[in-house]
Design a protein around this ligand. Structure first.
Ligand SMILES: Cc1ncc(COP(=O)(O)O)c(C=O)c1O
Length: 405
C-alpha cells in the first residue's frame, strides 16, 4: 500500500468534486478584524448573561443528565416548546400548544428547514430587495428561484408584490414562500405597517403562498412594541413564524424555533437530518427562562440598544450629513444609509477599511443587481463613544471616497 499522506490532493481536485451550487453561492459573511466593526450584526458582548446561563446549565445537568446529554428528538425539548407556544398564545390570542413548535439550530437553520421542506428546484420564493443575505443563500442552495419585490422605508411594497404574484401565476409557476422580516428588517431597519401586513396576508392567502415571517429582531423594540404580527393577522394559518434567542440572549446558543400549524411542523421534521438541535442547550435555556430573568434582560437590552441607536443617529447627523440620508429604525440593530451624489457603496466600504471601519456595501443584500447607493451600518455591537469615533472616521472615508463630477 502506498503512502496515503502524500497522495497530493490539490484545491483543483476539491473544486472538481464540489456540487455546482457550492461554487456559485456568494461567500458567507464573516467578522471583521478592523478596530471598528459596523459590519457584523452581533449583540453587545458585555451584556451576555453568561453567569445566569452557567448556573442554568448546571441545574439542567443536575436535574436530568441523561436527558441533557443524549439525543433529544427532532422537535426539541417539550417544556421549551410549550413555553414558546404559551408566549405566542398570550401575544396573539390564538390557541397554541407545543405541537405548533419545533426547535432549530438558530433561525438560519429554521429558514433552511423551511426551504428544504417546501421548495423544489425551480419553485419561486419571493423576498424583498434588499433582504437578509443568509436567506438569499439558503433559498438558492435549495434550488429555489428568487423573485424580488422592492422595499421602501416601510418595507415590502404591496403593489409590486401583487404584480409579481400575478406574473408568476400567469407564467404557470408556483410561488411557494414569501419571506419577510416585518419587524426591524435586516438590512433596512424598516417595520412593515399594519395596513401592509393586512394586504400581505390577503395576497398570500389569495395566491396560496406560505408566508415566512422572520422575527429575528422581534423583542429589540426601541420605540415601543411593533404592529400586530403577520402570524396573528393570519390566525396562524398559511404562515411559518421564525423566532430566535440569538438577539435577545446570545447568538452562540444557536437556538431558535418555527411556529406553525401542527401539520406544517410535522412536515418540517421529515426534512431534518441533524437528529435535532442540542437538548443540553434547550434545557439550559429553559432553566434560565424559568427564573424570570428573561424579560428584565430584554428590557435592559432595549435600553442599551436605544442609547446606541441614538448615539449613531446623532453622530451621523453631526459627521456624515452631507454624505448620507437615512430613516431612524424603531428597533433592531441596523441603520440603512442612502449615499448622496458622488458616493458608491463598494468604493466607500474600501475607503472605510483604510480608516479602520468595517461597513457592508448595499450590494450584499440584493439577490440580483442593486445596492450601489446604500450601506448598512450596525449600531448594536459598539458602545456609544466608540460608535461616535467610528462614525467620525466614516465621515472621513466619505470625504475621501466622494467623486465630484
Ligand atoms: C433577518 C435574520 N434572520 C435570521 C438570522 C439568523 O439568526 P440566528 O441563526 O442566529 O437565529 C439573522 C442573523 O443575523 C437575521 O438577520
Amino acid at each position: 500500500m502506498g503512502d496515503l499522506t502524500t497522495s497530493g490532493w490539490t484545491d483543483a481536485d476539491i473544486e472538481r468534486l464540489l456540487a455546482p451550487v457550492a461554487r456559485e453561492l456568494a461567500a458567507p459573511t464573516s467578522l471583521s478584524p478592523l478596530p471598528y466593526d459596523l459590519n457584523a450584526g452581533v449583540p453587545d458582548r458585555a451584556s451576555l448573561p453568561w453567569r445566569e446561563l452557567a448556573e442554568a446549565a448546571a441545574r439542567a445537568l443536575e436535574a436530568d443528565p441523561g436527558g441533557a446529554l443524549t439525543y433529544g428528538g427532532t422537535l426539541g425539548y417539550e417544556p421549551l416548546r410549550a413555553w414558546i407556544a404559551e408566549r405566542n398564545a398570550a401575544e396573539t390570542g390564538l390557541e397554541l400548544n407545543s405541537s405548533w413548535v419545533t426547535l432549530t439550530s438558530g433561525s438560519a437553520h429554521a429558514i433552511d428547514n423551511i426551504a428544504a421542506t417546501f421548495t423544489a428546484p425551480g419553485d419561486v420564493v419571493v423576498t424583498g430587495a434588499p433582504t437578509y443575505p443568509g436567506a438569499i443563500r439558503t433559498f438558492r442552495a435549495r434550488g429555489a428561484e428568487i423573485v424580488t419585490v422592492p422595499q421602501d422605508g416601510d418595507g415590502l411594497e404591496m403593489g409590486p408584490l401583487a404584480s409579481a404574484l400575478e406574473a408568476q401565476r400567469a407564467a404557470g409557476r408556483s410561488v411557494k414562500l414569501i419571506y419577510v422580516v416585518a419587524n426591524y428588517d435586516n438590512p433596512t431597519g424598516a417595520t412593515l405597517p399594519e395596513e401592509r401586513r393586512i394586504e400581505l396576508a390577503r395576497l398570500a392567502a389569495e395566491y396560496r403562498a406560505l408566508i415566512v415571517e422572520d422575527d429575528a429582531y422581534t423583542g429589540i423594540d426601541l420605540d415601543g412594541p411593533p404592529p400586530t404580527s403577520l402570524f396573528q393577522i393570519m390566525g396562524g394559518e398559511g404562515i411559518l413564524r421564525v423566532g430566535t434567542f440569538s438577539k435577545t440572549i446570545a447568538t452562540g446558543l444557536r437556538s431558535a424555533w418555527i411556529l406553525a400549524t401542527p401539520r406544517v411542523i410535522q412536515a418540517l421534521t421529515y426534512m431534518r437530518f441533524d437528529n435535532g438541535a442540542s437538548p443540553f442547550v434547550q434545557r439550559m435555556i429553559f432553566e434560565y427562562l424559568k427564573t424570570g430573568a428573561y424579560d428584565p434582560h430584554v428590557a435592559r437590552l432595549q435600553g442599551i440598544y436605544r442609547e446606541r441607536r441614538d448615539a449613531a443617529v446623532s453622530a451621523l447627523r453631526e459627521r456624515c450629513d452631507s454624505f448620507v440620508t437615512f430613516e431612524v429604525p424603531r428597533g433592531g440593530f441596523f441603520l440603512w444609509l442612502r449615499l448622496r451624489e458622488g458616493l458608491e457603496a463598494r468604493a466607500l466600504a474600501r475607503a472605510a477599511t483604510e480608516v479602520g471601519v468595517a461597513i457592508t456595501p448595499g450590494q450584499m443584500y440584493y439577490a440580483y443587481e442593486g445596492g450601489e447607493r446604500n450601506v448598512r451600518l450596525v449600531f448594536s455591537a459598539l458602545p456609544p463613544e466608540q460608535l461616535h469615533d467610528a462614525i467620525t472616521q466614516l465621515g472621513r472615508a466619505c470625504a475621501a471616497a466622494r467623486v465630484t463630477p
